[in-house]
Ligand binder design. Structure first.
Ligand SMILES: Cc1ncc(COP(=O)(O)O)c(C=O)c1O
Length: 440
């Protein structure tokens, strides 16, 4: 039989980089083990919340196991009502449940929206690793808008206006991830308002990926784009990050006020065609995750503060290393590390791309796993990496925070040392790697 052929766009898509890093680590581990190396590996690649799923959610899931029937493609009404109330409580968003649709994770919702909404997509770079492969699979056009370190990797409205003015004048979709994976940047209300004005003027819709909204360290500083530009914004969010239930695969989207009925019906049509509905037991269980609940609120507040402490510690430690510049995250659990100052040394060691930088960091004996700038849509020769600071035991760290809440900056450092030895030791390994890169 001939080799089985696949469509061209599938060949264009590579294995998602967070998974690729996992495979690379497994391979390196094997190599090391056969050579007798017992050094540990630093897992700074995979961006998963390290915390436990709250019993209130797992219990609700067990209790809804008998809900084995098919359900509404756009999501059951009880859940959409709970999500509407949740958005009012946390983000001041007034949303009719008919403007809310549910999907199997926000990744799938974003993919579905890219498929439904006409127009080229504008992706700021660096970006989350998930958008570009979806656009390739859909054979859709996109434009890369490069973010600048001197602007904290945030879109400057005047530069954005110049950028969109040069594109054709039909509808576009801007992906706005706030707080931002991979830099941890956060937009102020004023910045969002200025950006919304440009979007209104140039017929740009916004896909506001706000999956890390409740992981904004100073939550009073978070504004949802849905409150600023309701007529043109799709707001996506879900259970994966602040409630640590990525495997539940449940996300939601608030549709723009413009054409809401038509878009809701198109969304429903596509969802019903492709996957029928999100798992019904998960939808019933998720009602609990969105209903007012003190325990969940406390969990979100504690976990976001632990992210702040870990991020502040590690980004500063790495930034203190000669040749490396890091961002200072204001939300989520990533920072971006810029290695470009080391370019001459890297090239001397035959490290020509950020992917090779990733391989070098992972090589023995350094063992530091990161997601490379290339995966985040930077130019391949831009030496950058995304650092996910979640390599610690979430449950015991959570309990320690509850029992001995750190009160001062030195308490916070002690807290990191006590709970996250791999985070602490990664800096030592990175220093050794820099020494190696600079050596002759
Ligand atoms: C910026 C961003 N958007 C979306 C997602 C996807 O989240 P979900 O688990 O809801 O599909 C992630 C997950 O890593 C993310 O980092």
């Amino acid at each position: 039989m001939n080799e089985i052929q696949v469509e061209n766009q599938v060949d264009k898509v590579v294995m998602p980089d967070n998974l690729k890093v996992g495979l690379m680590v497994a391979e390196q581990r094997k190599k090391c083990a056969s050579g007798g190396c017992t050094e540990e590996f630093y897992g700074l690649g995979f961006g998963q919340s390290p915390f436990h799923v709250l019993p209130v959610l797992s219990k609700a899931l067990a209790e809804s196991a008998e809900k084995g029937h098919y359900s509404a493609a756009e999501g059951i009404l009880e859940l959409r009502i709970a999500i509407s109330d949740f958005n009012k409580r946390h983000f001041g968003l007034d949303v009719d449940p008919n403007r809310i649709v549910i999907g199997p994770g926000t990744k799938d919702i974003i993919n579905t929206l890219f498929g439904i909404i006409k127009g080229d997509v504008i992706i700021p770079s660096p970006s989350w690793i998930g958008y570009r492969p979806q656009i390739h699979l859909l054979n859709k056009h996109f434009h890369t808008f490069f973010l600048k370190p001197q602007h904290d990797y945030k879109i400057q409205p005047d530069e954005f206006e110049e950028f969109v003015s040069k594109l054709h004048d039909e509808q576009h979709i801007l992906v706005l991830n706030n707080p931002h994976n991979p830099t941890g940047a956060l937009y102020t209300k004023q910045e969002l308002e200025d950006l919304a004005n440009v979007c209104r003027k140039h017929n740009v819709l916004v896909l506001a990926d706000e999956i890390y909204a409740l992981d904004t360290y100073d939550f009073s500083q978070f504004t949802s784009m849905g409150t600023i530009y309701p007529e043109g914004t799709f707001v996506t969010n879900g259970l994966s990050k602040d409630r640590s239930a990525g495997g539940y695969r449940l996300g939601s989207c608030i549709l723009p006020t413009t054409s809401a009925t038509k878009i809701a019906s198109d969304y429903k049509k596509v969802a019903a065609t492709v996957y029928t509905n999100v798992s019904t037991p998960i939808q019933y269980a998720a009602i609990k995750a969105y209903e007012a609940n003190q325990e969940i609120d406390q969990y979100i507040a504690i976990t976001r503060d632990i992210h702040r402490i870990m991020g502040a510690y590690l980004s500063e430690e790495w930034n203190n290393i000669d040749g490396i510049i890091t961002t200072k995250p204001k939300g989520a659990f990533y920072f971006y590390a810029d290695f470009n100052q080391l370019e001459p040394d890297l090239k001397r060691k035959n490290v020509m791309t950020s992917n090779q930088l990733g391989e070098s960091l992972l090589s023995c004996p350094f063992h530091i796993a990161v997601v490379t700038g290339d995966a985040c849509m930077l130019e391949p020769d831009n030496f950058g990496a995304r650092i996910a600071f979640v390599d610690y035991d979430g449950k015991s760290t959570y309990d320690d925070y509850k029992n001995n809440k750190p009160k001062t900056p030195s308490d916070e450092i002690e807290f990191v040392k006590r709970n996250a030895p791999m985070i602490v030791k990664s800096t030592e390994s990175l220093k050794e790697w820099v020494k190696f890169i600079k050596s002759n």
